[in-house]
Design a protein around this ligand. Structure first.
Ligand code: NAD
Ligand code: NAG
Length: 435
């Protein structure tokens, strides 16, 4: 937990420097000049803001300017560019070149490896922040490195870096997975959600809309946008306007921002609402992961139940199924229609649920883990706190089924078996300890 503390201290949001009233009160002619000057300053200011803002939470002094510029300037030179180009090189006929943000993350690693395996060009981008143990992210990076995927260490808010990457490689697609994940952590560090999920998304889309040719973008939304809905299964046509957490609200905002960039700039945008993804190389902040760790340690685990002993259940979705959905979304994405920041015609705008369509009560998840680990869990039944978690998730995937050919094939039993095998190998039965 302590390592999560210093992610904060991000500089104030751009909104704070917005001025409601013009400070100038001059004759009309001068007014427009003043207005122009003002907006130029705002523009230059925001460039500086994006460029120098140092969100890399792994650095103890987040806004150390000299450090950021030093870091960015190390991203240059022929050797580095060669590395970027080699990673993004397309090796199959009709292959695509994809910039994968959040590539050192759980989903990003699996998607990058799958793309590389089939011959697509892949370049990763990740800031390796310490929301959870960064050594796991480094281990995923090492894994990808062996398959020829290079992950640039940088932040999605670094517009200059993003532009530079597009200068070197004209990516056909962006798989945008970088985000501040986790529902409960939003109460601890709300600004990290605004930074990565809102400002970061805008920064990625700003660059995508201005490059030529514009890439098609597939990005991760979340099942959490269904918030407090009670009608199940959740369908894409259901309302999504009462989120239960700041995380959910930033994902919902992302969907609206996507609509805007599609509408104004002709960007092809596909949002994927993932439902509780799990599997090997997964996220230590998720229940199936820390339950495994705590059961093995003999520590008690908290299992939530809703009011009146209501079951808390999740539509757990195995990582390989999610990867297939991501690749299908990339493969069916139409080209963006704009160029040079101008829209030329209507572009594709899609949203899909990617779930498993079989919710499992969390207590069943624990029973499966007990069997696989051959250890009895010490269960503490607790009331579901009102801190962002919803009681139930269940995906209606018929839209993804018809339009993407998406068809999940791994049930929780089978998927957890693979997770536990990985966990025991990776943590060496307790030699390396999961924090
Ligand atoms: N895993 C799930 O169950 C789940 C469910 C719904 C949605 N999602 C979404 O899917 C995406 C991938 O999730 P994941 O489970 O792989 O999470 P993850 O935390 O493992 O991966 C996200 C990666 O993005 C990186 N990152 C975060 N902010 C960044 C920034 N500002 N600049 C550069 N890199 C940054 C992190 O270092 C991390 O490696 C996220 O957008 C997440 O919100 C995941
Ligand atoms: C699932 O969604 C589709 C539309 O995408 C709808 O036709 C169907 O009735 C829904 N199924 C259920 C069980 O709600």
């Amino acid at each position: 937990m302590s390592q999560m503390k210093h992610i904060d201290n991000t500089p104030s949001t751009p909104g704070k420097c917005k001025m409601e009233k013009s400070p100038y009160s001059r004759p009309r002619l001068h007014y427009s000049l003043a207005k122009l000057t003002f907006w130029s300053l705002v523009f230059i200011g925001s460039i500086f803001f994006f460029f120098f803002r140092s969100p890399s939470s792994s650095s103890p002094v987040p806004s150390d300017l000299s450090r950021r510029s030093l870091r960015t300037s190390s991203y240059s030179g022929p050797a580095w560019e060669k590395r970027v180009r080699a990673s993004a090189k397309i090796r199959s006929r009709n292959g695509i070149s994809v910039l994968v943000t959040g590539a050192a993350g759980f989903v990003g690693t699996h998607v990058s490896a799958a793309l590389k395996r089939r011959g697509d060009g892949v370049l990763g981008l990740d800031n390796f922040n310490d929301y959870y143990d960064p050594s796991l992210k480094r281990a995923r990076q090492a894994l990808l490195d062996r398959t020829g995927v290079y992950i640039v260490d940088g932040d999605i808010n670094d517009v200059a870096l993003l532009k530079k990457l597009f200068d070197i490689v004209p990516f056909t697609h962006v798989m945008h997975l970088a985000a501040q994940a986790g529902v409960r952590y939003a109460m601890e560090n709300p600004s990290s959600y605004v930074h990565s999920n809102i400002a970061g998304l805008v920064s990625v889309l700003e660059v995508c809309k201005s490059v030529n040719p514009q890439p098609a973008i597939v990005w991760a939304s979340s099942s959490s946008v269904y918030g407090l809905n009670t009608k199940v299964p959740f369908s894409e046509r259901d309302r999504t306007d009462h989120p239960a957490s700041l995380y959910a609200a930033t994902k919902k905002a992302g969907e609206e921002i996507a609509h805007t960039y599609n509408h104004i700039y002709g960007l092809s945008l596909t949002g994927l609402r993932f439902f509780t993804v799990y599997g090997p190389w997964g996220r230590p902040d998720m229940a199936y992961f820390f339950f495994t760790r705590d059961i093995l340690k003999g520590k008690s685990i908290s299992i939530f139940e809703a009011a009146n002993h209501g079951t808390v259940a999740r539509d757990f979705t195995y990582i390989d199924d999610i990867v297939k959905g991501c690749l299908a979304a990339l493969d069916t994405a139409e080209k963006s229609t704009g160029s040079g920041g101008k829209k030329k015609g209507p572009a594709q705008l899609r949203v899909y649920n990617l779930g498993n369509t079989s919710p499992v009560p969390v207590s069943n998840l624990v029973s499966i883990l007990e069997r696989l680990l051959k250890v009895k869990a010490k269960r503490l039944i607790m009331k579901l706190p009102r801190n962002g978690d919803v009681q139930f998730t269940h995906a209606n995937i018929s839209l993804a089924q018809t339009e993407l050919g998406y068809k999940p094939t791994t049930d929780l039993q089978k998927g957890l078996k693979k997770f536990v095998q990985w966990y025991l190998r990776y943590y060496g039965n307790g030699k390396k300890s999961a924090q």
